[in-house]
Design a protein around this ligand. Sequence first.
Ligand code: ATP
Length: 559
Amino acid sequence: MRYSELADLYRRLEKTTLKTLKTKFVADFLKKTPDELLEIVPYLILGKVFPDWDERELGVGEKLLIKAVSMATGVPEKDIEDSVRDTGDLGESIALAIKKKKQKSFFSQPLTIKRVYDTFVKIAEAQGEGSQDRKMKYLANLFMDAEPEEGKYIARTVLGTMRTGVAEGILRDAIAEAFKVKPELVERAYMLTSDFGYVAKIAKLEGNEGLSEVKIQIGKPIRPMLAQNAASVKDALMEMGGEAAFEIKYDGARVQVHKDGDKVIVYSRRLENVTRSIPEVVEAIRASIKPEKAIVEGELVAVGEGGRPRPFQYVLRRFRRKYNIDEMIEKIPLELNLFDVMFVDGESLIETKFIDRRKKLEEIVEESEKIKLAEQLITRSAEEAEAFYKRALELGHEGVMAKRLDAVYEPGNRGKKWLKVKPTMEDLDLVIIGAEWGEGRRAHLLGSFLVAAYDPHSGEFVPVGKVGSGFTDEDLAEFTKMLKPHIVRQEGKFVEIEPKFVIEVTYQEIQRSPKYKSGFALRFPRYVALREDKSPEEADTIERVAELYKLQEKFKAKK
Ligand code: ATP
């Protein structure tokens, strides 16, 4: 299958904002995709080469890309850089450079999807001495045979800047439409395996029946089960029917651990593979988890002086570190608090009641200095639960989780079977969708950010406020650099930004407001942290904002 067909799909997707049309375009494309490409095409459509949980990365920056294009077209690097200043888009400038190239070489071959993908794999796998040079040559080879538009989309895929507006929801519906299977079964299979390639293939070859038989697999992360808020421990207990398991809500980063013999993989909350960044934890897991094969879940916490927890950002710093990891092991010691188990020795446990899963977890884990079981109290007493909650806070934790004893594990679902209780109005994780250039000393920096909540029904990001405080100069410099490649449109001082980055925002209050389409506005919003562990679709939803508004009014009434 020619790559030009895929380029054509990207172009058509870019031209429409209609979700139904996008779904149709993707479905039509999947229908004509040959079986042997079906596992890779869904990711290419999303503008990715590999799923997020795959450890492989292309490791190609703008500079290297420009070099490759220059080598393939004979257009000097400097000219391409200058052209970016005019077009504002490296992809466009690459297309122009290819157009300028005098003539195609005699041996020129049209690009196929397979060839482009195989080249991406070679680029990702090039390591060690001279690898930059090899990556560049592989790319140049592609650009040599690429039509201008193909070059543009190859560049966007490599840099991760595709803007077709196709997110997971559209892909799921498109798979269902293309192969005439039930969307909820596609969703179920995806929640269990996080692998659209695999799901698309099963949908096509085995239909509804195959999809409903999809099982958890070691090496493919399960979408995490999530929680709703409760206003108090008492409310949570009532909601659970009078009895519940209360657990400390640790303030760290959630991880999912897959163990298969000696092989251990650790996935973050976003299901990215973070195994390499935490070798000492991996070692401890190997020793502590007794079965040959298992999938368990827990909260990874940074421990400070006297064993007190440190803010979750410390754990994220550990995840980010690629080199000199030993130094970080000492600086930021970690502890894993396990709270669930989904799979043991060939057997899925997600249909098992929570109380029995916990028993299983206790059986299979040998606690150690670094690996612990989440502290738990099963009770019918509101006083006991309240005391447990108070102690959790005194020890420096975030709050407590309440869990229904008879709840099965529901991948990807934010239901009422898990409830979280925290002392104050909680911060919101919101998506940056716009920004304004600063003034005076900060004129070259983006200074104030329009933030939005996610609406899962429409797939849109709905603004709820503008955040201008809480940033240091360094933060702003970093944000400007990070956001610039994702500017979609500029109008005066305002820029529209592709929804890609999630930040945690604190605020004094949520107000009803006609100013934004959401009907809500944050009062005194303040930046807290960049949530690299969340994708835009995982930001807080507009329903969550409404729910928090209700809780806040309830708190006010109590006071
Ligand atoms: P938050 O920003 O509050 O962590 P979230 O969207 O990541 O929210 P929620 O489902 O709303 O996730 O809250 C539960 C989160 O709390 C889990 O994702 C996990 O990271 C963390 N956590 C800490 N301790 C526990 C525990 N004992 N059981 C379950 N989750 C826990």
